[in-house]
Design a protein around this ligand. Sequence first.
Ligand code: ADP
Length: 762
Amino acid sequence: MSQFEDITAQATSLTNHDRKPIHLPGSIQPHGVLLALSTELEILQVSNNTQEYLGKEVKDLLGQPLNCLLDTQHIEAVKQCLEKKIGSAVAFKVSITTLNNQRYFDAIAHHTEEAVILELEPTDSKSELSFLSFYALASEAIAKMQSTSNLIEFLHLAAQEVQKITGFDRVMIYQFDSQGAGSVIAEVKREDLSPYLGLHYPATDIPSPARELYTRSFLRFIPDVTTQPVKLVPAENPTTHQHLDLSYSVLRSFDSCCAEYHQNMGVAALMVLSLIQEQQLWGLISCHHQTPKYIPYEVQKMCELLGQIVSSELAHKISHSEWDYKVKLKSLQSEFLESISQADNFIDALIKPEIRLLDLVSASGAAVCLDNEITLVGITPDIAQVHALIEWADNQSDNLFATDSLPKLYPEATAFKNTASGLLLLRISKVRRYCILWFRPEVIQTVHWAGNPNAAMIEVDGNITLSPRKSFEQWQQTVRLTSLPWIPCELDSAIALKNAIVGIVLSKADELAKINQELERSNRELASFAYAASHDLKEPLRGIYNFSTVLLEDYVQVLDDYGIECLQTVLNLSVRMETLINALLRLSQLGQAQLRKQPTDLNELLDQVIDVFRASRQDCELVDIRIPRPLPIIQCDKVLVNEVFSNLIGNAFKYNDKPDQWVEIGYLDGGVEGQGDRGDEVKIKPHNQFPVFYVRDNGIGIPEHHLETIFRLFKRLHSQEKYGGGAGAGLAILKKIVELHDGQAWVESSVGVGSVFYFTLE
Ligand code: ADP
């Protein structure tokens, strides 16, 4: 690229102190003639090629007035440049009669502090390019460029227009970043050439003197990099004894390293236009051609004008493109927030789809941490590294913490610089260690560099100079362990996400609290309603029972057999109804009950339960109740737990049609999965740290699909007649009691083999 011309200049200044600064080369390119004049227009210096172009020896020109070459009209034109500011050129066509013919030139004159510089470029045409065709080309280009608001599209169009006007093989737009490094962001090229789009270049490629020159002079044109420079004679200005300042010269010569570099790249001709933003060099339009290429001065000027138009449009387009990015983030945010606020599981909504969480701040990876549970999204360090990073980040007091060079603050991050040289941490809750981390890789990882960066070491005058490739190495040193920076609108995006999450969590908590309150109230109401209703129902029921009994006892002689049978059924049904009402009453009582927890020796409690149970059975000596090991002493409500065991033992014998009935009561140690007292496999509900009690029988068993339903109120699997009746409330009551103790109850069973009822009491 053209800028390497200037790197070599920097390299030179670093290694070869006797070399001249780039604006004082003391020579020009050979496609024209340069004359340095005094303000009185006396010729002070000329390029050593006047014979070739003007048919006059150098010595015949030095010290002569300009009218030895130009007529009065053109001399007046040259004088006009003195009225302009330094570097501002006047241009006109001249014809000069040499020995045997007349030649036409583009004359370009400007003045510096100490001289008037007149440059003559030979041209074929004596007439200037028609203003109208120039205007038509320019206005078409401008109209096209203005039609787009997207920065990259705009620059691409600019490159297209420059290529159309000039016919260069390749036109690139090169943009500098805040550190001065740059990249090719738009490119138009001949199809067969390999693309440079996306390539990055180190800041040192364009050192400050070169930058400074580009901000002063907006166009640089080298039609043939293979040519040799033509020296100025004399080398120094005879009045000032200084080298001629060629900052604004269109013919200024180029460095041999530049030539070598471009030849290596297969470039023979180049033109560079400066893109200026707020008086700073924002970028360059860089044009390459594979063969020497001359473009007329008017066309060069037109390109320069286009460059200036692009520069002036830049601010507008940049703010537009920043605006576009902000708008994109905003719409992403609102879509995102809406979906997480509506989701049942907002954590899921946060990470699905993954790309949305990343796009929110343009990150390449993220980690969502809720307590100690971490979910990774995209390209991230591994879980252990993220864990350690979060531990470290706990010391950062800010709720939003962003760095583009994490390894410099947290050296352990060097190990995962490829994924997380940049970190953006959003703390949602400190108490609960809720946070989101976004990651960006080291910049080098994202840099596309063609070829071996260290391949070109250039030797100049026996010295190894700083070459473009070497300077890439230096750049690597400076950007190593650094990611692209997080910009304010991305931080805003993260904060908006936090606010939304906090808002959602708070409103969900609010909602939940309200629902809980409501639930508690309606539960209380329901329990008192059930209690009142069942209590009041008992009174008329008692009446039905009593009057039926009276009828059966005292009026049996006036009833026929069918009447007696009906009355008997009324009596039975009222007894059954009382059982049901009693069960309902018990359940509603439990709904309002306060637990009276106390240390309870379950062995003593079971002794009582078994005594009462045996007493209720005629075949009490046949009752086989096994307790393989002593039960623990636990904190529980004695009365209620007594009811639980009574119920389970009762059911164990009731739903058993085997002659050798038995029941086994025991417990499994909390958290121990898989081993019962009998050494068999037992499934324990997860996360249980408390003993799991069980009551096992060798009864009829329960079909798989009823294992859940039997805990419902009034759910019975058999007719009233079979297995001795029952309200179907025992297990519902058991479940309620267990839940009052914050425990769980479940059953495992095998039809025909037996059942095991498990419960915990926390
Ligand atoms: P019930 O008053 O009918 O015994 P429960 O709520 O105690 O009411 O039990 C509900 C149903 O669960 C019973 O009707 C029975 O079908 C079934 N059941 C309860 N315990 C056992 C068991 N140990 N073996 C087999 N089935 C059982």
